[in-house]
Design a binder for this molecule. Structure first.
Ligand SMILES: NC(=O)c1ccc[n+]([C@@H]2O[C@H](COP(=O)([O-])OP(=O)(O)OC[C@H]3O[C@@H](n4cnc5c(N)ncnc54)[C@H](OP(=O)(O)O)[C@@H]3O)[C@@H](O)[C@H]2O)c1
Length: 252
C-alpha cells in the first residue's frame, strides 16, 4: 500500500527535515513550497505554490481531495515578522494569517475525508511554543500559533476512535532559515535554547498519535509552569520581557 506524506514548506528547515526522515521511513513524498529549485533536490512529487494565495491553496487542495493515498499531512509552511502590529506591513500580516490559518484549514479539510474512510492517517500542524504566549512585536505570529493549537485540540476531540490522529508540534528556537528570513539575530538568544531540526522532527514522528509534542525537556518544563499561570500574571511578565519594552527579540 502506497503511503504518501504531504509536507508544506519542504524547501528548507523543518519541512526539509520532515521530507528526509519520512522518505527514510518509506513514505512517498508530495512536497510543497515556492522555491522550485530547492524542491528539485527532493525525490517525490513537487508542487510549487505560494500557500498564502487562495487560488494556489485551492488548486492543491482539490488535487489532494481527488486522491486516496494521503497517509500524512504536515502543515508546516510558515514565517515570522518583527515589529509592532500597527507599524509592520499589512500584507505580511495578512499573508501570515492566510498561510498559518487558512491554508491549514483548507488542506486539512481536503485530506481528512479519505483518511476517515480508510480509518488511518495523521495530521501534523507545526505550531510553536509561541502559541502559548502573547508578545509585543510578535502579535500575529503568537495569535496564529495559538489558533493552530486550538484547531488541533478541536480536531483531536472529533477524531477520537477514528484511526486518524492530529498533532500540534510546538518547538522552541530551532536552527532553520526561519530567523534569517525574519532578519532576527540568533545570537540574541543563548545557545542552550536552540535545537536541531533533526531532533525536533524525530520527536514529532516518534510521538505521532499524541496531541501536543513539545521537543526538549527545557521547553517542557517551561510550558508546564507557564501554562498554569493566570492570564494577568502571564501578561505582566510578557510586558517586562525585552519584547514588551519594544525591542525586536524573542520570536520563534
Ligand atoms: N525555527 C524555529 O525556531 C521555529 C520555532 C517554532 C516553530 N517554527 C515553525 O516551524 C515551521 C517551519 O519553519 P522553519 O523554522 O523550518 O523555517 P524555514 O527554514 O524558513 O522554512 C519555512 C518553509 O516554509 C515555506 N514557506 C514560507 N512561506 C510560504 C508560502 N507563502 N507558501 C509556501 N511555502 C512557504 C518556505 O519555502 P519557500 O520560501 O520556498 O516558499 C520554507 O520551506 C513554521 O511554521 C514555523 O512557524 C519554527
Amino acid at each position: 500500500m502506497r503511503r504518501v506524506a504531504v509536507i508544506t514548506g519542504a524547501s528548507a528547515g523543518l519541512g526539509a527535515e520532515f521530507a528526509r526522515q519520512l522518505r527514510a521511513e518509506g513514505y512517498e513524498l508530495l512536497v510543497v513550497a515556492r522555491r522550485a529549485e530547492r524542491l528539485a533536490a527532493i525525490e517525490g512529487e513537487r508542487w510549487v505554490a505560494d500557500l498564502s494565495g487562495e487560488a494556489e491553496v485551492e488548486r492543491l487542495a482539490a488535487h489532494l481531495a481527488s486522491r486516496d493515498d494521503i497517509a500524512l499531512l504536515v502543515n508546516n509552511a510558515g514565517f515570522g515578522t518583527q515589529g509592532f502590529f500597527a507599524e509592520t506591513a499589512l500584507e505580511a500580516q495578512m499573508a501570515m494569517h492566510r498561510l498559518h490559518v487558512l491554508a491549514t484549514v483548507r488542506l486539512t479539510r481536503a485530506v481528512l475525508p479519505q483518511m476517515l474512510r480508510r480509518r488511518a492517517g495523521a495530521i501534523v500542524n507545526v505550531s510553536s511554543v509561541a502559541g502559548f504566549g502573547r508578545s509585543a512585536n510578535n502579535v500575529s505570529y503568537c495569535a496564529t500559533k495559538a489558533w493552530t493549537n486550538a484547531f488541533s485540540e478541536g480536531l483531536w476531540l472529533e477524531l477520537q476512535g477514528t484511526g486518524v490522529s492530529v498533532q500540534a508540534l510546538c518547538p522552541g528556537f530551532t536552527y532553520t532559515e526561519f530567523h534569517d528570513v525574519m532578519g532576527s539575530d540568533r545570537a540574541k538568544h543563548p545557545r542552550w535554547m536552540w535545537m536541531d531540526a533533526a531532533f525536533v522532527v524525530e520527536e514529532s514522528l516518534r510521538n505521532l498519535g499524541r496531541l501536543y509534542v513539545v521537543p526538549g525537556w527545557k521547553y517542557k518544563v517551561f510550558l508546564a509552569i507557564w501554562t498554569k499561570l493566570p492570564a494577568w500574571l502571564r501578561l505582566r511578565l510578557e510586558r517586562r520581557s525585552p519584547n514588551g519594552k519594544g525591542a525586536p527579540g524573542v520570536i520563534n
